[in-house]
Ligand binder design. Structure first.
Ligand code: NAD
Length: 420
C-alpha cells in the first residue's frame, strides 16, 4: 500500500470514528465519505530544451454544501489521487470548523518543481489551468497556494483563467484564486496567514495552560511558508527556536536560532542545512529534541507509531495537513502531549483566503490590522468550540474538531434534504 492510500485510509478512519460518536445520519455518512467530483487531467508542456513532456494533475472537489469548493494546489513528485482526496476532505472539515462559507477541495500536479526553470513552471501552470477549464471558477472552486506554490503561481492561474473568459467577464473574476500578490488583488496578511493562525492558537493555548511563551522553546519541521512564518511570529514573543528540519536535513542550536536570519538563509540556499552557527542532526535526534512546542509544517504522516514515542514536547501545533496518523495521535494522547489538530490549527490560511475573496467581490481593500483582528476572532472562536466539545465529550481535540465539522454538515444536509 502506498503511503498516500494509507493517508486516505486514515482520513476515513478518523471520519468514521467521529461519525460513530455522534451517530451521524447514515445517508449523510454515505455522502461525506466520498468526494463529489474528481478530475484527472493529462496535459503537455514544452520544456526549455524544446521537447514536449506530459504531466498528470488532479483537482478533487470533496464537498460544496456550505459554499464554493476551496483548497490549495500542490506541486510535488509524490502527488497522487489519494493524497489529493485526503487533502480535499480535510478542507471540508476545516472550513466547517472555522464556520466560513466554503466547501473543501484540493489540487496537485505530479512533478518536481525544483528540477524545472521558472519559465517551465509558468508554462506547466498555465497549461494545467487551461486543462482544468471551468472545473474551477470564482464562485465555484477557488484554488490557493500550498506546498511548492506561491503568489506568483496564483498570478499565472488568474491570468490564464481570465484570458479564457469573454472580455466582459474578466474584471469580475479575479477571485478565482486567493493568495495572489497584493498588487493583483491579493489580501495583505494572506502570505503569513497560516503561520499567524498557528501562533494565535499557540498564544491562546499557552494562556490556558500557564506556559510563558517568552521563556519557551520550540522546534519546527518545514521552513517554507507556514513553518517560517510561524517561527518568526513565535520568535517575536521571545520563544526560542532550537531545531529545524526541512527536505535538506535537520539543524540544531540549543542557544537559539534567529528565525529571520534563517529565513534569509533559506531564501538564498533553498534549505536549512549548513546554516552558520548550527550543527547537523539526524531525523530521530531532531524529533527527540526536548522543547515546549513542536510545529510540524511540512508533509503528511510524520508523527506515527514509530516516531510519536520520540517526541519530547508539551504541545504539537499542526501547521501541516495530516502530519499525525491515527496511531501517532493515540500515542500523543497517551503521553499527555496536547495537540492543536491540523483542521483547526492551520485554518488561518483559508480564513484569510475567505477575506481576500470577499474583498475582491466587494472591491474593497482591508488593512493588516483589520485582517489580523478578524482572523484572530474567527480562529480563537473555533478554538473555544473545539476545547468545549473535547471537554464535554471527554475526547481528544482532533475527534472534537471532527464532531463539530460533521454536526454542522449534518444540520445543513438534514435541513435541505437530498434532491430530488
Ligand atoms: P512550502 O512549499 O512553502 O514549504 C514546505 C516545507 O516542507 C519546505 O521547507 C520543505 O523543505 C519541507 N519539506 C518537504 N519535504 C520534507 C520532508 N520529507 N521532511 C522535512 N521537511 C520537508 O509549503 P507550505 O505552504 O509551507 O505548506 C506546508 C504544510 O502546510 C503542508 O502540509 C500544507 O498543506 C500545509 N498548509 C499550507 C497552507 C498555506 O497557506 N500555504 C495552509 C494550510 C496548510
Amino acid at each position: 500500500m502506498t503511503s498516500h492510500s494509507k493517508t486516505y485510509e486514515n482520513v476515513n478512519l478518523e471520519f468514521n470514528k467521529a461519525a460513530d460518536l455522534i451517530d451521524l445520519d447514515p445517508g449523510v455518512r454515505k455522502i461525506l465519505s466520498k468526494p463529489m467530483n474528481e478530475v484527472t487531467v493529462n496535459f503537455p508542456a514544452i520544456m526549455d530544451n524544446g521537447e514536449v513532456e506530459m504531466f498528470t494533475a488532479y483537482r478533487v472537489q470533496h464537498n460544496n454544501f456550505l459554499g464554493p469548493f476551496k483548497g490549495g494546489l500542490r506541486f510535488h513528485p509524490m502527488v497522487d489521487i489519494n493524497e489529493v482526496r485526503s487533502l480535499a476532505t480535510w478542507m471540508t472539515w476545516k472550513t466547517a470548523i472555522a464556520n466560513i462559507p466554503f466547501g473543501g477541495a484540493k489540487g496537485g500536479i505530479q512533478f518536481d518543481p525544483t528540477c524545472c526553470s521558472p519559465d517551465e513552471i509558468q508554462r506547466i501552470t498555465r497549461r494545467f489551468t487551461y486543462a482544468l477549464g471551468c472545473t474551477i471558477g470564482p464562485d465555484f472552486d477557488i484554488p490557493a497556494p500550498d506546498v511548492n506554490t506561491n503568489a506568483q503561481i496564483m498570478a499565472w492561474i488568474l491570468d490564464t483563467y481570465v484570458s479564457m473568459l469573454p472580455p466582459h467577464e474578466r474584471q469580475r473574476s479575479y477571485h478565482v484564486v486567493t493568495g495572489k500578490p497584493v498588487d493583483l488583488g491579493g489580501s495583505v496578511g494572506r502570505e503569513k496567514a497560516t503561520g499567524q493562525g498557528v501562533v494565535f492558537l499557540i498564544e491562546r493555548w499557552a494562556k490556558d495552560t500557564g506556559l510563558d511563551l517568552s521563556q519557551s522553546t520550540f522546534i519546527v519541521q518545514g521552513y517554507g511558508n507556514v513553518g517560517s512564518w510561524a517561527a518568526r511570529l513565535l520568535g517575536a514573543h521571545g520563544a526560542k527556536l532550537i531545531a529545524v528540519e526541512d527536505s535538506t536535513g535537520a539543524i540544531i542550536n540549543p542557544k537559539g536560532l534567529n528565525p529571520e536570519t534563517l529565513c534569509a538563509y533559506v531564501d538564498e540556499t533553498k534549505g536549512v542545512i549548513d546554516c552558520p552557527d548550527t550543527s547537523e542532526i539526524d531525523h530521530e535526534t531532531f524529533l527527540s529534541t526536548k522543547a515546549d512546542i513542536f510545529i510540524p509544517a511540512a508533509l503528511e504522516n510524520q508523527i506515527t507509531a514509530e516516531t510519536a514515542p520520540l517526541l519530547n514536547v508539551k504541545l504539537v501545533a499542526e501547521g501541516a495537513n495530516g502530519p499525525t496518523d491515527l496511531e501517532g495521535n493515540r500515542i500523543l494522547h497517551e503521553k499527555g502531549i496536547s495537540v492543536l489538530p491540523d483542521i483547526l490549527c492551520n485554518a488561518g490560511g483559508v480564513i484569510v483566503s475567505y477575506f481576500e475573496w470577499l474583498q475582491n467581490k466587494r472591491s474593497e481593500f482591508w488593512d493588516l490590522e483589520e485582517v489580523d483582528a478578524k482572523l484572530h476572532k474567527i480562529i480563537t472562536n473555533a478554538y473555544e468550540r473545539v476545547a468545549n466539545e473535547a471537554k464535554s465529550l471527554a475526547v481528544d481535540w482532533r475527534t472534537a474538531a471532527y464532531v463539530i465539522a460533521l454536526s454542522r454538515l449534518q444540520n445543513v444536509y438534514m435541513g435541505r434534504g437530498i434532491f430530488p
